[in-house]
Design a protein around this ligand. Structure first.
Ligand code: SF4
Length: 356
């Protein structure tokens, strides 16, 4: 019968007056806490589930630098987002470490009032050489994508034959300079790298790094997603638990993306990001900003809101704040709860354009 997509009812609205009064709330009562900023649509990998080479090949027109928000514009927008309740900023891409001067942006964001968590998601290819400067600039922690420990499988998934060892060197370097905690994300695609689940778990046990398995998602509309290529989180947990017994761990805060487990023998934690079989839209407090300044209120959105026009139009911060409050206030996204064969072909924004 295959995987059954869950049917979830709308979450209860929180009672009025919860949290800071200036906090923006969407139509489901969800606050805005977490802003993910794509600083480039470019990447040096061509991961098959995100940026397939057939589409992002030689002739692909990436955003020219003049169309990208510059660092001052990004910082100005973040300052306004803080007024709405944002306190966590995640830098993404494409691959954020290929944006020249990224350390300077980290420094500018780390110094902002109200921002108490600046983190970054990277494919790890440049981490070994940049970790120290990022840490010195104020980056607190880092998330690294690594889908397999076998070069041939990893090479197949990133499609540029990038060696695993250089990503592992990046993780070691990041740990050595104090970029902790480190989270390692592995997207699991049936028939491609699902046989690597135990190897990955075995490798990161006892390292202090948290390995998270991500269910393969129908992000964008170019990765040819098929439901039967999804390995449900429950199956991954069962596979690991059979060898390394696990126990569930309570979420640290509402809206935490991963469902957490710890090894019963104390060897650390793993996480499951199960957008397909266990959607978590009810507590979703995330917004995404593209490198050219479009705001998306869901990873699976089909349209964004042009904030660059406001920033470059010399609008006062109050005007931008008002626009953001209207956008978030009207938000009702819960794609993963509504996912069906009918939604898979929607013209959803590409993940490489707004980051994961
Ligand atoms: S599908 Fe959209 S609303 Fe749901 S958790 Fe993901 S980003 Fe949030």
């Amino acid at each position: 019968m295959g995987i059954q997509l869950p049917v979830v009812s709308a979450p209860a609205r929180p009672s009025p007056g919860v949290g800071r009064t200036a906090d923006a709330r969407d139509t489901l009562g969800r606050p805005l806490r977490d802003l993910r900023i794509s600083v480039t649509d470019r990447c040096n990998f061509r991961c098959v589930y995100c940026m397939p080479k057939e589409l992002y090949g030689q002739g692909y027109r990436f955003l020219p630098s003049a169309e990208l928000l510059d660092f001052e514009e990004i910082v100005r927008l973040v300052r306004v987002f803080v007024r709405l309740g944002v306190h966590k900023v995640r830098l993404t891409g494409g691959e954020p470490l290929i944006r020249p001067g990224i350390e300077r942006l980290v420094q500018m964001l780390a110094g902002l009032d109200g921002v108490d968590d600046v983190t970054l998601t990277t494919n790890g290819s440049l981490l070994a050489s940049k970790a120290a400067a990022l840490q010195a600039a104020g980056l607190g922690r880092v998330t690294v994508s690594l889908d397999s420990l076998r070069d041939e499988v990893f090479g197949q998934m990133n499609d540029v034959r990038f060696p695993v060892s250089r990503v592992l060197d990046g993780i070691d370097r990041a740990a050595a300079v104090g970029l902790r905690p480190i989270k390692v994300n592995a997207v699991v695609k049936r028939g491609v790298n699902d046989a690597d689940v135990l190897d990955l778990a075995r490798h990161f046990r006892g390292t202090g790094h948290t390995l998270r398995f991500i269910e393969y998602m129908d992000v964008g509309h170019s990765n040819g997603w098929q439901l039967d290529e999804v390995v449900p989180a429950a199956e991954i947990v069962d596979r690991i638990d059979a060898i390394f017994p696990l126990e569930p761990v309570e979420a640290e805060y509402p809206g935490e993306v991963a469902t957490r487990y710890r090894y019963r023998d104390g060897a650390g934690e793993i996480g499951m990001i199960a957008s397909v079989t266990r959607p978590f839209c009810g507590d979703c407090t995330r917004a995404r900003l593209s490198a050219e300044g479009f705001l998306y209120t869901c990873l699976f959105a089909t349209e964004g809101h042009d904030l660059r026009r406001l920033v470059r139009g010399d609008k006062e911060d109050e005007v931008i704040e008002g626009a953001l409050r209207d956008i978030w206030g009207a938000r009702s996204d819960r794609y993963s709860e509504l996912r069906s064969s009918a939604t898979a072909d929607l013209p959803k924004v590409e993940m490489s354009y707004i980051g994961g």
